[in-house]
Write a protein that binds this ligand. Structure first.
Ligand SMILES: C[S@@+](CC[C@H](N)C(=O)[O-])C[C@H]1O[C@@H](n2cnc3c(N)ncnc32)[C@H](O)[C@@H]1O
Length: 214
């Protein structure tokens, strides 16, 4: 089984318990707040979220947007998200099972955003180039993930391809993909006990960039 399929199975298995970890819920709240502050959405945006999972970020972003296509490779994670949208009557969220970068809808968006998913994707520079083709001129991208780390964030590294990303390298990848106005902030810092008993800080960056007007 390849890494991508193993990831699908892993997230299908843990989907029903995903939201019961308070650390994940807090991280999603902090990331969504940082995105909302940095983007100041108008409420008219047509958005795509990839790696939406159970919608911890989706449910906080959707009320500020006109429509969200929530894409994820795990049907199990999306089942949880759909149930939450139904119970909250969030009609502007549509779920799509699919894998980035190959299975993106043939549409351009005002905003593409994602949290904690790129470290599962093999070729991130290629992903960013594909995403650029799906952002409207003048549209924006908002991507959150781990800063480069020592591998201690995920105690078991199954399905994790990257131990975070260095901001300068990631910024260059965004510019190479055609994005402009690249800026970074720290959305949140996770503190975790390492195997040796010391407490390590793992900052989560938020990168915002825009697609130039053509
Ligand atoms: C660490 S979880 C984060 C979920 C959610 N963004 C959150 O903050 O709670 C990563 C998610 O990305 C999905 N995923 C991993 N690789 C993917 C890919 N290549 N395409 C689409 N989704 C992917 C997984 O199924 C999982 O739901």
């Amino acid at each position: 089984m390849d890494t991508r399929q193993a990831n699908v199975e892993r997230f299908n298995t843990i989907a029903s318990e995903w939201d019961s970890d308070p650390g994940r819920v807090l991280m999603a709240q902090k990331v969504a707040r940082a995105m909302r502050t940095a983007l100041s959405p108008t409420g008219r945006e047509q958005a795509l979220e990839f790696g939406a999972g159970t919608g911890l970020v989706t449910l906080l972003m959707a009320p500020t947007l006109a429509h969200v296509t929530a894409l994820d490779s795990s049907a199990g994670m999306l089942d949880v998200l759909r149930q939450k949208c139904e119970s909250k009557q969030l009609t502007q969220v549509e779920t799509i099972e699919g894998m980035v970068p190959d299975q993106l809808p043939d549409t351009r968006y005002d905003l593409i955003y994602s949290s904690m998913t790129m470290h599962h994707v093999d070729d991130v520079p290629a992903l960013l180039k594909t995403l650029a083709d799906h952002v409207k001129p003048g549209g924006r991208i908002a991507l959150a993930d781990l800063d480069a780390e020592d591998g201690g964030f995920h105690h078991e590294a199954k399905g994790v391809v990257h131990h975070g990303f260095a901001r300068d390298t990631f910024g260059n990848w965004l510019r190479d993909a055609g994005f402009a106005d690249v800026r970074f902030s720290t959305a949140f810092t996770v503190s975790r006990e390492a195997d040796d008993g010391t407490v390590q800080d793992y900052p989560i960056f938020l990168a915002i960039a825009s697609q130039p007007d053509s």
